[in-house]
Design a protein around this ligand. Sequence first.
Ligand code: SAM
Length: 190
Amino acid sequence: MSTRPPIHVLRLGHRRERDKRITSHLGLTARAFGADCFLLSGEADPNVLETLGSVTERFGGDFEARYEKRPLGWLRRFANEDAGDGTPGVAIHLTMYGRPWGEVIPMLRRDRPIAIVVGGAKVPGEVYGICQHNVGIGNQPHSEVAALAVFLRDLLPSGTSPVEFPGGEIDVVPSASNKNVKHLGLNEDE
Ligand code: SAM
């Protein structure tokens, strides 16, 4: 876990059959772009959580992924009472109806835990009221994966490799010409 306050991504309304790939991609994007925790809600889906756990085991980092049975209760508590340290956090709902992300991001508090909420099936109206910020990545419909990636990239910009992933079994060595991974301390060109 990094030293800044944690960033959680809450996935609302997962449907096991219809959303299995996109929800896995959402979790992988959360991890790769610097979030610390992924909360799955809607239909329980151990496969999504196993995928995220297995990627973290192989590629490193402290990313946590778990199922949240009562997402709105969790969110209300996070935004109004206790974001994990006894005081409220900052809850941000990504929605095409929200305010432009470029205007909102500079105003966000960076000293409090953040929860980023993305929808799946119909988003309950009360989510707009629970979250302190409703943010649009543009005001056209697109994808929760794209919205999350753009938001995290602009929330946590820092050079070309924004996130560290220590402790994995595999390290990817950036290469302009081939696939190069370090595995258990050995350099391997595959
Ligand atoms: N309602 C559709 C359905 O039944 O499948 C899905 C809506 S959309 C693909 C899912 C989520 O993507 C939204 O709840 C929102 O979090 C995110 N999203 C889509 N377009 C967005 C935008 N322009 N800005 C921010 N978030 C967006």
